[in-house]
Write a protein that binds this ligand. Structure first.
Ligand code: IPM
Ligand code: MG
Length: 365
């Protein structure tokens, strides 16, 4: 009997349930066709969790996630929970989960699916774009203390703290170096060493590790320059390693290269097999509940789940090829339709599932 893998599903808010629903169906299909045993369990997170439990993440959910093989995550947040004075926000649940699972390396692969090259507003030659951003995920300004707002009668004041230990920088950079060795052996270490102290420490560590990896071609890139180069010559990048906030911003920018935010997956990994998988897009409250969201970013995240947490590389590739196939067949959700006829979230999920079945030699369901 196949080994059992527990997968915690945290659908979250907005379009989260719609897109994770399709990714779960894809994983179920893979389980049936390739003889895996996945047990799914849903846990609340984000705004809906605040509404029903008063907190954005329950401790018992975190414990369950820690014991699972993987977490499939949708998205959190929405206007309903945007009150700046609220004691807790939906995003707090996501951050607590990342920190609590110790997933310090957030992999965000950026590639351009051939059929979507025209969907990008960029004029650069995108056919050769294939890079991966490794975003540090559990340090920096997101978690630094103090972090607070003072509201005084004569105007407020707020402080965020950007703090990094050498060890935190080193482990994520090492992740990047290892990854570069499995790819084109190029690593861009992105910092703001000309202004920030954390940037200078980052660069020191990157320089030291570079000496240990003479086979990897390293360049230090200032984050503002990196932002510019991403739109002008994105094909030059292979592995890009950067701190939390810069990685957040640069990957939204990078998503434009692939044609839509809806296409980009991510994997958040720590030192073991356990990982957390989520599309990089948000909860898109404006289109939630309409059945029109693009599930491909989440489905591609499920492929990463198969690869990194289950060790099912062949199955991951089958899912990725299925996504390519449906795009090749001309199927588009609204965000990538460019005036063509668009299909809905479920129809896109169905199409991917059919493509997986036919790749596995099984007739469509
Ligand atoms: C992301 C998102 C999150 C982040 C938000 C929802 C807290 O933008 O995963 O990129 O800033 O990390
Ligand atoms: Mg972001």
């Amino acid at each position: 009997m196949a080994e059992r893998h527990d997968i915690v599903v945290m659908a979250g808010d907005g379009i989260g349930p719609e897109v994770t629903g399709e990714a779960v169906r894809v994983l179920e299909t893979v389980a049936t066709l390739f003889n895996h045993r996945f047990e799914f369990r849903s846990e609340p997170v984000g705004g809906n969790c605040i509404d029903s439990h008063g907190v954005a993440l329950l401790d018992e959910s975190l414990q369950r996630a820690r014991r699972a093989s993987a977490v499939l995550f949708g998205a959190v947040g929405g206007p309903k929970w945007d009150d700046p004075t609220a004691p807790t926000r939906p995003e707090d649940g996501l951050l607590a989960l990342r920190k609590g699972l110790g997933v310090f390396a957030n992999l965000r692969p950026v590639r351009v699916f051939g059929p979507l090259a025209g969907a990008s507003p960029l004029k650069a030659d995108l056919s050769a774009v294939d890079f991966i951003v490794v975003r540090e995920l559990t340090g920096g300004m997101y978690f630094g203390r103090p972090k607070r707002v003072w509201n005084t009668p004569r105007g407020g004041r707020a402080v965020d703290t950007c703090s990094y230990s050498e060890a935190e920088i080193e482990r994520v950079l090492r992740y990047g170096f290892d990854l570069a060795r499995s790819r084109r052996r190029k690593l861009a270490s992105v910092d703001k060493a000309n202004v920030l102290a954390t940037g200078r420490l980052w660069r020191q560590v990157a320089t030291r590790l570079s000496a240990e990896h003479p086979d990897v071609q390293v360049e230090h890139v200032l984050v503002d320059t990196c932002a510019m180069r991403l739109v002008v010559r994105p094909q030059e990048f292979d592995v890009v390693v950067t701190e939390n906030t810069f990685g957040d911003i640069l990957t939204d920018e990078a998503a434009v290269i692939g044609g839509s935010m809806g296409m980009l997956p991510s994997a958040s990994l720590g030192s073991g097999r356990l990982g957390m998988y989520e599309p990089i897009h948000g909860s898109a409250p404006d289109i939630a509940g309409q059945g029109i969201a693009n599930p491909l970013g989440t489905i591609l995240s499920a492929a990463l789940l198969l690869r990194y947490s289950i060790g099912a590389d062949r199955e991951a590739t089958v899912v990725e090829h299925a996504v390519e196939q449906v795009l090749q067949d001309g199927l588009r959700t609204a965000d990538i339709a460019q005036g063509q006829r668009a299909i809905g979230t479920q129809a896109m999920g169905d199409a991917v599932i059919d493509a997986i079945r036919s790749a596995a030699g099984s007739p469509p369901a």
